[in-house]
Design a protein. Structure first.
Length: 326
């Protein structure tokens, strides 16, 4: 099993070009599976693994308290390992072929509305130390929908302010060009001209955003900076870097952007991942339907016409004629 896992991870790195993080998580899952095979079933070879053995391992994972999404990752790692071994003629049959993927619930992404984003950005004082940097970071996160890792690794040579685009490397080492808004370009240019030069040290690299020590900002530090800005802005919802990415996509969709274009800018391999944002914009869809569909609006309830002059309103009861009154 260990040799098979090593071969498979090498394949992911060299032939598939998948990210180091993906390689590490896949290796971790497969090594845990191999340890369980050795201790619980005394199995050391992939050829001895059966469908029943894999099913028992997944039941073991569930008893350990793993969530459905975590078990799904385990299933995917096991399935692609045995598919690889079968393709290389290292196995006669794939024992994981008929293992189904667990169905996971898809949660709608949280977003900020446009006023909250404006409140967040405008709360950053550029007169304060590192204010230009922090303003430029938040502007770029929202303007281009970057992942936090993409922001941390963004480099000067990949930033084309005149053309208002930035080149980033995302998941799977895939590179894409993303437009940068005018306000974000202005904020970045001001930071590069007036603040970054004072932060440069001997060991400073080509990253756009630097720490006070002149080194690349870590993703954890970016997270902390954004939390501090949100507290200062008085925004009560939980604000985190990916929330601005969700807001970027939702606001684009709400203002009429094509879903395929949003997919390209987000760097999603499959448009089904991007489609989750269509569910966030239900209020806009309802408003459009109400405005344009001919049978979406109920007619106003007509008021009854008043009786003609000189006639008696029979809707009101009157005492019977000849009745005596006390």
């Amino acid at each position: 099993m260990e040799q098979s896992i090593d071969q498979f991870i090498l394949y992911l790195a060299t032939e598939r070009g998948l990210s180091e993080n993906y390689q590490l998580s896949t290796r971790r899952s497969l090594e845990e599976f191999a340890v369980w095979l050795s201790s619980a079933k005394k199995i050391a070879s992939p050829g001895a693994v059966t469908l029943a053995v894999i099913s028992e391992y997944l039941a073991h994972c569930k008893k350990r308290g793993l969530s459905t999404s975590s078990i799904k990752l385990e299933v995917v790692a096991i399935k692609i390992l045995f598919r690889f071994l079968l393709a290389r003629n290292l196995l006669d049959a794939d024992p994981a072929e008929y293992i189904p993927l667990p169905r996971t619930e898809r949660y709608l992404p949280e977003t900020l509305n446009e006023l909250q984003v404006e409140q967040l950005i405008e709360s950053i004082s550029t007169a304060q130390p590192l204010g230009l940097r922090d303003r430029a970071m938040v502007e770029l996160l929202y303007a281009s929908g970057l992942r936090i890792s993409e922001l941390a690794n963004a480099r000067l040579e990949n930033l084309l302010l005149d053309e208002r685009v930035i080149r980033v490397t995302g998941k799977g080492n895939k590179t894409r060009l993303i437009p940068v808004g005018r306000k974000a370009c202005q904020a970045i240019a001001e930071y590069l001209a007036n603040e970054r030069p004072n932060m440069v040290k001997k060991r400073t690299g080509g990253e756009i955003f630097l720490s006070v020590r002149g080194t690349k900002l870590t993703t954890v530090r970016i997270w902390q900076i954004l939390k501090r800005i949100a507290r200062h802005a008085g925004i009560e919802v939980n604000v985190y870097p990916h929330l601005l990415r969700h807001s970027f996509a939702t606001h684009l969709l709400g203002n009429g952007a094509d879903l395929r274009i949003i997919q390209e800018m987000l760097g999603h391999a499959d448009v089904s991942t991007t489609q989750v944002y269509t569910h966030v914009d239900q209020q806009r869809l309802k408003a459009v339907h109400h405005r344009f569909h001919p049978r979406a609006r109920l007619p106003a309830t007509p008021h009854p016409a008043p009786p003609p002059p000189g006639t008696t309103d029979t809707s009101k009861s009157s005492p019977a004629s000849g009745a005596s009154h006390c």
